[in-house]
Design a binder for this molecule. Structure first.
Ligand code: AMP
Ligand code: MG
Length: 502
């Protein structure tokens, strides 16, 4: 007994400076729920840099990572809970969804003074699980780890990955799969669907409490505005317009932009069937369940607006006591989103083709490039990266033109582009480095993610997963040692469908 105690010292879990503002909200906001322990947890990956950024004791957490990030060992100060929310799924309203397999441990204030949620995903059933088992499979956990960290490195607002563990237990989907738990960090997990939860119940008091909580937490600058709830709608619209434009700039397709998967903080969340596009086609869809293409690449800005309209509806009673007035005010914001999005998108696209100035013909120039890319099945990321190389040296022209099935097809556009560049006020010497900062060489290509998941699941080999994390941490650098990771899939490697994380 004493020797086993010696071999297996019962360590205190490291103290974590939790300050749980969500747990202090009224009881209707959540259900208290501890994680359900798992049989044989194993730590697959721990993000020590993020842990330090959160002000946590990274070494202590890692030492006990399997127990802590599986939910087997409680962290002192955590107040585990499942959040209540509703949501429109593929356009149909579901009045009660909620965290069916995610458990919020609590919040910490990080080194930059930002409040951040720490949540376990796949930590066992909750009162919101409905028919689900509350668990996650290893594949989707690795996908979320890779893609959310890649998004962060690309400079796109996103939830983060703190840890991944396997559980030693099977999960039953169409196949029997290894179970895993993902630890997610977010500015908050409050969604459009959280507002819909209270609006659907006519619970205006709690709706106001939620709106005030969100303003305090994410938009403190608007606190003293005359109509703070209208300002809230406007602030969320601005962040979503900017976010979705950034997605389009890197070829990202979220895949399930249901209102319960849209944060009010403006971070990307829920990387279920998401994927990056290889060849440019605005109609690209990967998700196996998105049969109508509702969430196709080019539909994302419009869906963002649709989701914001749903948020606007929930806020009506707070915006003005007279319904007609509230509707008019909210509508103005929803309509204004289109212009906001277009502004962000065009600014980024200008930068992608190396323009520092604005010219009336730029939109047409950009759309013409996209049209030739679509026609010529050009790889989205490579085309812009090769254009970057071409901005540095004319010798790169052959490689750039080779991006198109018919290399000659891009020549008329290149002539227009060069003419436009000749009218730029910025010197040509500054152009390539500016373009490199917005045109990544490396994106989490779908076939690479699938290869990493397969190796992990079939051979317990995480080396491809690790290699992907390494290369994707510096997406704008050339990294010659990783050159093959910049390439699109060969026809046999192409992955045409992705599946939800459920
Ligand atoms: P998602 O598609 O991941 O955004 O999830 C949609 C809803 O289904 C949310 O309420 C989830 O909590 C719930 N859900 C997804 N997977 C599971 C699962 N394995 N067990 C219980 N609930 C789940
Ligand atoms: Mg979700």
């Amino acid at each position: 007994m004493s020797s086993s105690l010696h071999d297996n010292p019962v360590r205190e879990a490291p103290s974590t400076p939790f300050d749980n503002s969500y747990a202090r909200l009224p009881q209707q906001f959540f259900a208290e729920q501890a994680p359900t322990p798992v049989r044989e947890p194993r730590l697959i990956k721990f993000n020590a840099a993020l842990a330090r950024d959160l002000g946590l004791d990274a070494e202590a957490l890692e030492r006990d990572g399997a127990a802590i990030f599986s939910g087997n060992k409680p962290l002192p100060g955590a107040q585990p809970l499942a959040m209540a929310y509703a949501g429109h799924q593929f356009g149909s309203f579901v009045p009660q969804l909620g965290d069916g397999r995610a458990i919020l441990l609590g919040e910490v204030v990080d080194r930059h003074g930002r409040r951040r949620d720490i949540q376990l995903k796949g930590a066992g059933p909750t009162p919101f699980s409905r028919r689900g088992d509350g668990r996650a499979a290893l594949g989707p956990v690795l996908r979320e780890y890779i893609v959310s960290e890649a998004m962060h490195a690309l400079g796109i607002p996103t939830t983060r990955a703190l840890a991944a563990v396997t559980t030693g237990e099977p999960v039953y989907r169409e196949d029997v799969l290894p179970g895993a738990v993902f630890t997610r960090v977010a500015a908050s997990h409050i969604r459009v669907g959280t507002f819909q939860f209270f609006a659907a119940r006519g619970d205006t008091d709690n709706l106001r409490i939620l709106a005030d909580h969100v303003i305090d937490r994410h938009y403190p600058d608007i606190k003293d505005r005359k109509n703070r709830y209208l300002a809230l709608l406007e602030a969320v619209a601005e962040r979503q317009a900017s976010l979705i434009a950034r997605w389009l700039h890197v070829g990202f397709i979220h895949g399930v932009m249901n209102t319960d998967n849209m944060t009010v903080s403006g971070e990307t969340i829920d990387f279920g069937p998401c994927a990056f596009m290889d060849a440019y086609d605005p109609a690209t869809v990967f998700s196996s369940i998105d049969r109508q293409g509702r969430y196709a690449y080019a539909n994302q800005p419009g869906i963002g607006q649709w989701n914001l309209a749903r948020l606007g509806e929930t806020l009506l009673p707070l915006i003005d006591p007279t319904l007609d007035t509230a509707v008019d005010l909210a509508n103005t914001v929803i309509k204004g989103y289109g212009e906001r999005f277009q502004g962000h998108w065009l600014a980024g696209m200008r930068a992608k083709i190396g323009l520092g100035d604005e010219d009336d013909g730029d939109l047409d120039l950009i759309q013409s490039l996209l049209a030739v890319m679509q026609q010529g099945q050009a790889d989205f990321s490579l085309t812009f990266r090769r254009l970057t190389a071409l901005a540095a040296s004319d010798e790169a022209e052959t490689a750039f033109a080779a991006s198109f099935t018919d290399p000659q097809s891009i020549m008329p556009w290149l002539a227009r582009w060069r003419e436009r560049l000749s009218r730029e006020s910025r010197s040509a010497a500054e152009r390539p480095s500016a373009m490199r900062r917005i045109n990544p060489a490396f994106i989490p290509r779908n076939h690479r993610i699938e290869q990493a998941i397969q190796a992990a699941m079939e051979d317990d080999d995480f080396s491809l997963f690790e290699a992907l994390l390494t290369v994707l941490a510096k997406p704008y650098e050339d990294q010659p040692a990783f050159a093959p990771y910049a390439e699109p899939p060969r026809p046999a490697e192409r992955v045409l469908q992705t599946f939800c994380g459920t």
